[in-house]
Design a binder for this molecule. Structure first.
Ligand code: Q46
Ligand code: ZN
Ligand code: ZN
Length: 306
């Protein structure tokens, strides 16, 4: 297989882009693709300081790497959730983030907030007491991560929080939301969520990057990452939709990209509209002063009360 640009040995075949690229042309193409996405959706500018949410997985470490190599002032942020489940998941993922800094970007800043150390309880405990042992801890976990991420971004003067959500993640969520006609979620699913009332801006520079492209980038850059996904993500509906969409993509290369990008286009042009597009009113929480829709105390503060 030959590189479409130089005729050298290609390491990846991207049927949806009709491109086969060698290592150096692929890394160059990848960085250009991310840069174009940042510019197209006006995510942030070179003068901005960006906080990258890192989990030790391939997407977030690839994102941090490409932003640093492009010259952005990007600092990492890791939240220790205290998830073990017999595989030491949280400890391993932090070790991967630290290893990434040492091996690839010595001097890069990694902020670490350990939930247990800072707040006294970890995710499995919080989920257990709150949900009385039923279901997965993901809703509690999502709430905690959003709160801490926002606090660090706000206190540190970051222009945006960048996450490694890739095209496969976004398309799976879009499909799920469409199948259930979740108008509110469809109204808000976007590559950029603007900052407002104490909520930091959130951006997803990988929305046009397929999952296998992010994995290939990590591989050719020699980035080691945690291969296990969070034990609580196993068997999730999102993973089921990802498998379905992979089958569709196999028959029709580019189908995922079209589904997602045309959805964004149609919504931006006003061709489709959803209820719930208006912004909900936010007030500062009495205890932590972070914005909330929930009245006096935000959901995070209520979590610790209960
Ligand atoms: S929400 Fe759920 Fe994730 Fe938290 S408990 Fe694991 S799978 S880490 S993205
Ligand atoms: Zn080449
Ligand atoms: Zn609060």
């Amino acid at each position: 297989m030959k590189c479409s640009k130089c005729g050298g040995l290609a390491v990846i075949n991207m049927r949806q882009h009709r491109l086969r690229l060698c290592t150096s042309h692929f890394t160059e193409w990848f960085a250009t693709m991310v840069q174009r996405t940042i510019e197209k959706y006006e995510m942030f500018s070179p003068a901005d300081k960006v906080l990258v949410a890192v989990s030790g997985g391939k997407d977030s470490l690839a994102l941090w790497d490409v932003l640093l190599r492009t010259g952005y002032e990007a600092e990492g942020m890791y939240i220790g959730l205290g998830i073990d489940e017999g595989i030491g998941y949280s400890d391993k993922s932090l070790a991967m983030c630290r290893q990434f800094v040492t091996e690839h970007h010595p001097g890069a800043v990694l902020h670490v907030v350990d939930l247990g150390e800072e707040y006294g309880q970890d995710i499995p405990y919080l989920a257990h007491t709150r949900q009385r042992g039923r279901g997965k801890p993901c809703s509690v976990c999502g709430l905690v991560k959003r709160h801490i991420m926002n606090r660090v971004a706000r206190d540190g003067g970051f222009a945006a929080i960048a996450t490694g959500h890739n095209l496969d993640d976004e398309v799976a969520v879009l499909m799920q939301n469409t199948l259930h006609w979740q108008a509110g979620y469809l109204a808000r699913q976007a590559p950029v969520l603007l900052e407002r009332d104490g909520l930091a801006r959130k951006v997803k520079p990988f929305v046009r990057i397929y999952e296998r492209e992010a994995a290939a980038y990590a591989l050719v850059r020699g980035i080691d990452y945690i291969y296990d996904e969070c034990p609580f993500a196993r068997g999730s509906t999102t993973n089921f939709y990802k498998e379905l969409l992979n089958q569709l993509e196999l028959q029709s290369p580019g189908a995922k990209q079209q589904f997602y990008l045309q959805f964004l286009q149609a919504r931006d042009k006003g061709e489709i509209r959803f209820a719930g597009e208006g912004a909900v009113e936010l007030r500062p929480c009495r205890r932590c002063s972070q914005p909330t829709t929930a009245g006096d105390l935000c959901a995070f503060c209520r979590l610790w009360e209960s």
